[in-house]
Write a protein that binds this ligand. Structure first.
Ligand code: SF4
Length: 63
């Protein structure tokens, strides 16, 4: 699994951090920081949930 985020379009809602805290974090301004671009199977479901829940639709997951 490969994860990318378009930080320029992130609105800082933070749902990704709540959903998959091992993969996403927020910077001091609240915008997404990608902690792990190639998460393992243990994080896969949470990452897919984050992709679907992000209100700005800026998380992309490639299997
Ligand atoms: S859920 Fe989406 S909009 Fe919110 S912080 Fe994460 S990437 Fe940004």
């Amino acid at each position: 699994m490969r994860v990318t985020v378009d930080k320029d379009m992130c609105i800082g809602a933070g749902q990704c951090v709540v959903t998959a805290p091992d993969v996403f974090d927020q910077d001091d301004d609240g915008f997404v920081e990608l902690l792990n671009a190639t998460p393992g199977e243990g994080d896969a479901e949470a990452v897919r949930d984050a992709e679907n829940i992000c209100p700005a639709r800026v998380i992309t997951v490639e299997e």
